[in-house]
Design a protein around this ligand. Structure first.
Ligand code: ME8
Length: 566
């Protein structure tokens, strides 16, 4: 038995969620559902999947002010829109954490106390981006003068400049403001070498490796300054107070990162290496966008080292969804609303669309056609149509179960003897042989690679193979024309075609169930696949499980096309 913890970032509820939030959440939901499947090696997993909203900080405080709403009311309303996205997208979390939850407030203060030896008070002057909730060094700051980006002048005191002047940072192009104040600092430098060493010794800690290499390079070449981990309460009221010093409020990122601990349980329990809570933490996979690497791959492990808490198993990073090359973001307003697509095409179609057209390394461009094709071509034409075709009335009723023991005896392998035995029955076994080779090739690939690919979040590869499998089932049916077989001697031929088509559908649905859970479950129910077999990969082989072909005059209809114009 293994305990597994999967997390999305907790999102800022300063606006409604968009496709980027949907994407990270789907990557996690698929991973969580995958871990719930029984594997070939029969390791049972207990999973915990957490998501939520990051509700403190200046960004939220300002957004509530702008909306002229009480801050608590403001976050209550927007947090609900993130929950709604989960329920409408079939994202099944175990806990939706809000940083305003009372247990979390207590654990943030606990974490602060555990890190206390590395926290000190100091004077701070620097450029802060409220939008990114982070300080930027002066070399990454420019003043916007008549549309031109002008470097700062080291001889100028920027602490008292006119409020109408505009400064931006060159990393995210968001506005920055100069602050001079007393803050608590965390000593990052103390853990730098230990972190570099850890990342080198644990090559999968940050994945995929392109992000790890850039991170290591940054860590090795750039000077780390101490991190400011508090703000004066008079400037930041909407925050958790520093223990024993209410004049200072905890920095929103220190607060937010701690959610990953709170959602497991109390910090004191996590600290005990023999506890189940500690096991969850050691087996945590954080999934994040590349915009927040620094916080998760530098600050977070350092806070944990300082507190004497276990590090997560890995941090999986993905690229951004972009619109005309620019990152989709709430502040720019260039976003795609996932609910619009879910309402029109269904959640499975959007899940399938984003996962078929993305990988972790690159940025991805969204197109509405992806969703329409996922629904109309893949789910309706290829999957449900095959179910419908196999269920259209055949006379006499097909005895597809005749073939099941034969495949079972051969453990789903197509031996030369089995080919021979087909030849006894079939005039045209070439079609069957071709289809069998393809089906066997693809199921072999899944048996050997599904687990590794899923665990590396290479969903696109898995989908590629599943599509090939589905295509081979459709070609077999189309080419063999079982509906046209009227010769009694060839009924076994006809039933083998039906059997193999059903097997393709059944195997496809078991493997695809984490990605398109709703349709996979509907199809498997229609085929009367016993529930115990739907969640177990050992049944996802030719002849290894049971499926029943119901017959109806028109064929069973599970899903219909959506007209793009509607
Ligand atoms: O950063 N493409 O919250 P946030 C892909 N509260 N993913 C995107 C995206 C895009 N265009 N835009 C956003 C925060 N995301 C903090 C996190 S965690 C302790 C605190 C996704 O609302 C992606 O996962 O700005 C990104 O990292 C995250 O949303 C940022 O969400």
């Amino acid at each position: 038995m293994k305990r597994v913890h999967i997390t999305t970032p907790i999102f800022y509820p300063n606006a409604k969620p968009h496709l980027g939030h949907f994407y990270t959440s789907i990557l996690c939901d698929v991973q969580n559902r995958y871990y719930k499947l029984n594997k070939f090696n029969s390791v049972k997993n207990i999973t915990k999947f957490t998501t939520g909203t990051d509700e403190h900080g200046m960004k939220i405080q300002n957004a509530a002010l702008k909306a002229n709403l009480d801050t608590q009311k403001f976050v209550d309303n927007l947090s609900l829109t993130f929950k709604e996205l989960c329920s409408k997208s079939n994202i099944k979390y175990d806990r939706f954490i809000r940083t305003t939850d009372s247990d979390h407030v207590k654990e943030v203060q606990n974490l602060w106390n555990m890190c206390k030896d590395d926290i000190f008070m100091g004077d701070h002057a620097g450029w802060y981006s409220v939008s990114d909730e982070t300080f930027y060094p002066a070399i990454h700051v420019r003043e916007l003068i008549n549309g031109n980006m002008v470097s700062l002048d080291s001889n100028v005191d920027y602490s008292n400049v006119d409020k109408s002047r505009t400064f931006i940072n060159t990393e995210t192009n968001n506005n920055v403001i100069f602050f001079q104040e007393k803050n608590y600092f965390f000593d990052l430098n103390k853990y730098k070498d230990r972190l570099i060493d850890y990342i080198i010794k644990n090559p999968d800690f940050v994945q995929p490796s392109n992000y790890k290499n850039t991170l290591l390079n940054t860590l090795k070449t750039e000077q780390l300054t101490s991190l400011s981990v508090s703000r004066p309460t008079k400037r930041l009221e909407w925050a958790i107070k520093v223990p024993n010093d209410s004049s200072q409020s905890v920095y929103v990122w220190f607060d937010a990162l701690c959610n990953y601990l709170t959602s497991i349980g109390s910090l004191n329990k996590i600290k005990d290496p023999s506890s189940t809570e500690s096991e969850f933490m050691r087996n945590t996979t954080h999934v994040i966008g590349k915009d927040i690497i620094k916080f998760h791959c530098i600050y977070w492990p350092m806070f944990l080292m300082s507190a004497g808490l276990p590090l997560p198993k890995c941090i999986v990073v993905h690229g951004h969804w972009v619109n005309d090359g620019v990152k989709m973001s709430k502040s720019l307003g260039n976003v795609v609303d996932p609910l619009e697509y879910i309402e029109k095409y269904g959640s499975d179609s959007l899940r399938l669309a984003v996962l078929s057209h993305s990988n972790l390394i690159e940025d991805n461009n969204f197109s509405a056609t992806y969703v329409s094709e996922s629904r109309n071509i893949v789910l309706v034409n290829k999957l449900c149509n095959l179910v419908s075709r196999t269920s259209k009335k055949f006379n006499p009723r097909p005895a597809v179960e005749f073939w099941q023991p034969i495949f079972k005896q051969n453990q789903g392998r197509i031996t030369p003897e089995l080919y021979e035995s087909f030849d006894e029955h079939f005039k045209e076994s070439k079609i069957i042989k071709t289809a069998l080779k393809e089906i066997e090739y693809n199921t072999d690939w899944l048996i050997n690679n599904y687990e590794t690919s899923m665990e590396k979040f290479e969903y696109q590869k898995v989908l590629g193979c599943l599509m090939n499998l589905l295509n081979s089932g459709n070609s077999l049916f189309q080419n063999a024309e079982p509906w046209a077989i009227k010769d009694k001697d060839l009924f076994k031929h006809r039933d083998l075609v039906l059997f193999l088509s059903l097997e393709v559908v059944r195997i496809f649905c078991i493997y695809a169930s984490p990605i398109v859970p709703e349709i996979a479950s509907n199809v498997l129910k229609t085929l009367e696949v016993p529930e115990s077999e739907t969640l177990d990969l050992s049944f996802a082989k030719l002849g290894a499980g049971s499926a029943y072909s119901k017959q109806s005059k028109k064929g069973i209809s599970i899903l219909t096309r959506v007209n793009d114009e509607d």
